[in-house]
Write a new protein. Structure first.
Length: 803
């Protein structure tokens, strides 16, 4: 049947460990459209003659949904009636089911991605009434988050874009500080791999994962070096031999081992548990139960036996494409997703092969990158020789191409530091081949000594360059006064030792000297030696690569060293992630804003949230599988947002790198982005100083000025009689002035006043400012006075009505 079934089984494995029946084909498919189940079974045995009883159970999210017990003789399966070593086992048929038979299977199970189900086949011998065979197959509906070919390819393309953009900004130009400034704002490949490896290596925790998470993580397996190649795996198998280790050490039930409790909630291993808590004794149910009492499953068994129709064994050529294959030795039991073994099982990679697989792919990547840089250099030389490119183009890179090649190799190893530390330490804790452990020990020493040595040396040179490390020597007078130690006295050395001992003190310079001291980002010699470590960080946080290295090593210790202690592993790692998240929030180490957004905020939050939520999958909590699936979807959403933002940042970073490598071109395309380009360059100049933004000026309230002309008009003035009007001299003077006004005023000495309109004036006041300095409204008096005037005033006062 070439129709796509609603539910069907995938890979299967031996859950007995010593099954007397070797099953090479076990698959079933449920078709909702015609309510039938297609069943296939094939295998062989060494038992000479034995009659059997068979049991099939279907479990979904840890709970039993369907079970069936039948006699193969009543079901017309000749190869099993009886079981005979000389007859190959071939059982197949069409089983009609009623709606009530599948009522326990929820409708969402037919469409939800990564449906978590198992089908268990148990075979019992009638003579001993004991189980002689057990096989477990995963049940799926075909919908899955695992799309490594599509999703992995897209992620790989974006990573290559980030790599090319970063490399282009590092080689373009001839001024090292300017090149560093533009390189610091391209998207870091270290950050890209940190995001992808964070997603994938979450599966290294020894938790009982839901199937949705394991499927999601398989899209990122390539970033951790877990790429399946059949030829490579066969070669590794020859190296390792038969010592495949025990997957139960890392929380997974191994295929081909005794798992008596497999299925629907039974303990699969010491740290693996499903949903049900009551174990059903199937052997007693078959042989010891009172069969006079008819149960519902008995009726179903009789119906199955009556309707089991004989048909040819289907295969891929005959139309049935939905069956799985037996899993290889060393892989966990299908349907078990616990620990790192369960995560790697999606890639068909044994956990015992993880270290060698990752190391080989790292070597392949290293060779490709180094060869690419060398080939790029000679392609440029060929273009120049062919007059296809000017001789001065990329002159700095062509002159220092050996140094660039070395730094590409070192940077690659630095990015792979966490991965190799984890894989080597995981190999130590996993019981497997001694030869592989020896290789892992050598690689561990090389990485553990080599990378930190480069980091420490870079810190030492940087601090010495900035004047933080002060070298001094002990004065000879003090050295001469020192007596030899007791150990040297016993060796016959009694004279005082006079050696000038260089002393190194770590004392920070005063803040005012630190501000005046030139930055390491302007030190061309330091950048040419250690720019591959420090170039992307802020001027005051250039040392952050040392903190990052220490943090990655501690993470690897918890992931690998505590793989057998899930509680210690997850909660210890949660503390580490939280503390580093607080530290990186304070540091904000990257000069580029996009890198700070991804690493500081999104990546840090995702790590803390993921580990915190993952602690719920610890078997000590024994959560229901549906609940764990919901938590798994939440983790997928958090990590998915992080990945999407990273891809957007790669695209934006590619365009910003394009602006950086065209910074010397006046004709920039597209022209409408010229303004963005200028703002981007100003942003680079500002962030390179590592100074805070200048405070915004306080908003100044703009007060609308008064109009220059009058903003009101006087239509009428009424003059009231005053005391001055009774003075004849004053009245005469006012009349004379009024007469002169009518004849016309003299030109005004201040032209600025001429613009002012004249106002109505009283007869007793002068409107021309040139005749008086008095303010408007002041009373004009006589310019001179005599004693006669005062005497008249006294006479006037003497003649009062009181008198």
């Amino acid at each position: 049947d070439d129709r796509r079934p609603s539910l069907y089984t995938g890979q299967f494995g031996d859950c007995k460990g010593s099954s007397a029946v070797n099953v090479t084909r076990f698959d079933a498919a449920y078709y909702k459209d015609n309510m039938t189940v297609l069943f296939h079974l094939a295998g062989n045995t060494a038992i000479a003659n034995e009659s059997l009883m068979m049991y099939i159970g279907v479990y979904a999210y840890g709970q039993g949904r369907f079970d069936l017990t039948f006699d193969p003789c009543n079901a017309n399966i000749a190869s099993l009636c009886p079981l005979n070593a000389s007859i190959p086992i071939e059982a197949n048929g069409i089983i009609p089911v009623a709606q009530s038979d599948v009522a326990a299977i929820p409708p969402i199970a037919l469409s939800i991605p990564d449906f978590e189900g198992e089908a268990i086949l148990r075979i019992f011998a009638n003579s001993t009434q004991a189980e002689i065979g057990c096989y477990s197959a995963v049940v799926t509906n075909g919908a899955t988050f695992s799309q490594p070919k599509a999703v992995g390819s897209v992620l790989g393309i974006f990573t290559v874009i980030a790599l090319i953009a970063s490399f282009a900004t590092a080689i373009y130009g001839d001024s090292v500080p300017v090149m560093r400034k533009h390189y610091a704002h391209s998207l870091s490949v270290l950050v890209v791999f940190s995001v992808f490896q964070h997603v994938f290596f979450t599966g290294a925790l020894s938790m009982n994962w839901p199937s949705v998470l394991v499927a999601w993580w398989s899209n990122f397996a390539w970033s951790g070096g877990m790429i399946y190649s059949s030829s490579m795996q066969r070669s590794i198998d020859k190296l390792i031999g038969n010592n495949l280790g025990n997957t139960s050490q890392v929380g997974a039930a191994g295929s081909g081992t005794n798992q008596d409790g497999v299925g629907g909630g039974f303990d699969i291993s010491s740290i693996y548990r499903r949903g049900l808590s009551v174990k059903r004794d199937i052997a007693w149910d078959i042989y010891q139960r009172d069969h006079s009492i008819q149960l519902r499953r008995d009726v179903l068994s009789r119906t199955f036996e009556e309707h089991l129709f004989r048909r040819d064994l289907a295969n891929k050529t005959s139309g049935f494409n939905w069956y799985g294959q037996p899993v290889q030795a060393g892989l966990p039991l299908p349907g078990n997703y616990s620990g790192f073994a369960g995560t790697l099982a999606q890639e068909n990679i044994r956990v015992s092969n993880a270290f060698v697989t990752g190391f080989l792919w790292l070597l392949i990547l290293l060779v490709i990158l180094v060869a690419s840089v060398i080939a790029f250099k000679w392609v440029l030389e060929a273009f120049i020789a062919a007059k296809l490119m000017k001789n001065e183009r990329l002159g700095f890179f062509r002159k220092h191409w050996i140094r660039y090649t070395t730094f590409v190799a070192l940077r690659t190893l630095f990015i792979a530091f966490f991965m190799m530390m984890f894989l080597t330490m995981f190999q130590f804790s996993y019981q497997s081949s001694g030869g592989v452990k020896a290789v892992a020990a050598i690689i561990f020493i090389l990485f553990f000594v080599g990378i930190p040595a480069c980091v420490i040396y870079a810190i030492y040179v940087g601090m010495a360059s900035q004047g933080t490390i002060l070298k001094s020597e002990v004065p000879a007078e003090q050295a001469e006064g020192r007596q030899p130690s007791k150990l040297l006295s016993k060796l016959g050395i009694k004279k005082p030792i006079s050696i000038k001992m260089p002393m190194i003190s770590l004392c920070q310079q005063p803040s005012h000297l630190e501000e005046d001291r030139p930055s390491l980002h302007d030190d061309e010699e330091y950048l040419q030696k250690f720019g591959w470590l420090s170039a992307r960080y802020r001027r005051t946080k250039w040392w952050f690569f040392a903190a990052w290295t220490l943090y990655e090593f501690i993470r690897a210790c918890f992931y690998a060293g505590a793989s057998g202690q899930p509680t210690t592993q997850v909660f210890g790692l949660l503390v580490v992630e939280f503390l580093f998240f607080i530290f990186i929030l304070w540091a904000r180490p990257f000069e580029g804003q996009r890198l700070n957004v991804i690493v500081v905020y999104l990546l840090g939050f995702s790590k803390v949230a993921t580990v915190a939520l993952s602690s719920a999958f610890n078997i000590t909590f024994n959560l229901e599988r549906i609940t764990t699936t919901v938590i798994g979807v939440v983790i997928i959403v958090i990590q998915g947002v992080l990945v999407i933002v990273t891809l957007i940042a790669i695209a934006v970073g590619a365009f910003s790198s394009y602006m950086s490598i065209t910074r010397n071109h006046e004709d920039f395309r597209p022209r409408r982005m010229m303004g963005v380009r200028e703002k981007y360059f100003k942003h680079l100049d500002r962030t390179a100083t590592d100074l805070p933004r200048p405070p915004r000026p306080e908003p100044v309230e703009v007060v609308t000025g008064e109009p220059k002309g009058p903003y009101f008009s006087v239509s009428q003035v009424r003059r009231v009689a005053k005391i001055e009007d009774e003075d004849p001299d004053f009245v005469a003077e006012m009349a004379m002035l009024h007469h002169e006004e009518e004849l016309g005023p003299e030109p005004m000495p201040h032209a600025s006043y001429s613009a002012l309109p004249s106002r109505s004036q009283t007869p007793g006041m002068d409107g021309d400012g040139s005749y008086s300095n008095l303010p408007r409204g002041a009373r004009l008096h006589r310019p001179s006075w005599t004693s006669r005037d005062f005497s008249e005033t006294r006479d006037d006062r003497s003649r009062t009505p009181i008198d």
